[in-house]
Design a protein around this ligand. Sequence first.
Ligand SMILES: NC(=O)c1ccc[n+]([C@@H]2O[C@H](COP(=O)([O-])OP(=O)(O)OC[C@H]3O[C@@H](n4cnc5c(N)ncnc54)[C@H](O)[C@@H]3O)[C@@H](O)[C@H]2O)c1
Ligand SMILES: O=P(O)(O)OC[C@H](O)CO
Length: 349
Amino acid sequence: MVLECRGGMRHNRPMSEPLSTLAVIGGGAWGTALAQTASRAGRSVCLWAREPEVAEAITTRHENPDFLPGVPLEPAIRATSDLAQALEGAEAVLVVCPAQALRPVLAAAAPHWPSGAPMVLCAKGVELGSGLLMTEVAHEVLPTVAQAVLSGPTFAKEVALGRPTAVTIAAADPALAERLVSALGTRTFRPYAANDPVGAEVGGAVKNVLAIACGVVEGLGLGDNARAALLTRGLAEIIRLGRALGARPETLSGLSGLGDLILTATSAQSRNFSLGFALGEGQSLESLLSGRRTVAEGVPSAKAVVALAERHGIEMPICAAINNLLAGAHDVAGAMEALLSRPLRAETD
Ligand SMILES: NC(=O)c1ccc[n+]([C@@H]2O[C@H](COP(=O)([O-])OP(=O)(O)OC[C@H]3O[C@@H](n4cnc5c(N)ncnc54)[C@H](O)[C@@H]3O)[C@@H](O)[C@H]2O)c1
Ligand SMILES: O=P(O)(O)OC[C@H](O)CO
């Protein structure tokens, strides 16, 4: 079956005109939920899914049983597994693939990128190997494309069901952030404009690692005090890394930092928290990852975050303990011991 996405003629719009046609690159839970909210906001949406069967299910049955089961989708959402078709005529492109797939996905999209369309980076992670944030990876692949970051406390299913949600949309260009807020905002999906994209992405990437840590503590049954300590000292790690990368502290304590940390690190809905919980209960990482189709971004990002911290001379002991646990250098008891045996010191150090 041929699935077509036709968003209209390819053209550049003046910056002040509303964005009416969007492409969403990624047919996982979050890409699907963002397509749903954009469609409800009145935008014409075409979604690219890597799997043809996902594209077909979205277009013909208005559901995504593989990645967002049980949520009826807006019939107006069109989907395709052909990148060129998805991008044709788009006035902005939401990029929602996993963080480690960003570079190859953007490279494949580059020849078809609609002239003048900005990208909205929605993945939460740091690239393994390079230690680059999503905006930096995207800049290497598509250096002339304007960028924004969409991040915040957002379980995809709740967004897709239309439950109230607030996010940050950050762009160096405030006019771009405002246009995206207008394009995506609804009564229940409430984007806040910001101009600190680096801050918005640091919080989203590091909180996944910290959510694994909170899951481990919960799985071990170490109690509520331990969870509160991890959340607070975890936020200190986000702020330390963010500052070193040029982020503003108020961004890190906003929706995309503290807000997302609270959500992800305290809810069994989180894939990262659940993975940590299972590790704390004694399951092996190998068994948890084998055959898995959904992402737990904290797993690859732990190594990348720790390497980035080392490069900047920053201490991130919770992230380091989780990285050692995931790499097999420590067992759960060893990872806890590494944290509990640290010297006592001033809170603000
Ligand atoms: N699910 C959420 O609630 C949520 C919310 C906010 C942000 N995010 C972020 O969005 C990003 C995507 O997560 P998701 O939840 O939509 O994914 P998902 O776990 O629902 O599905 C995995 C997706 O990754 C795709 N994929 C796997 N390997 C790939 C590859 N090599 N190249 C291209 N695509 C590949 C699959 O096709 C599928 O679309 C992640 O960075 C995640 O942290 C997710
Ligand atoms: O299920 P998680 O752990 O990937 O978290 C999803 C979102 O990032 C929460 O904001």
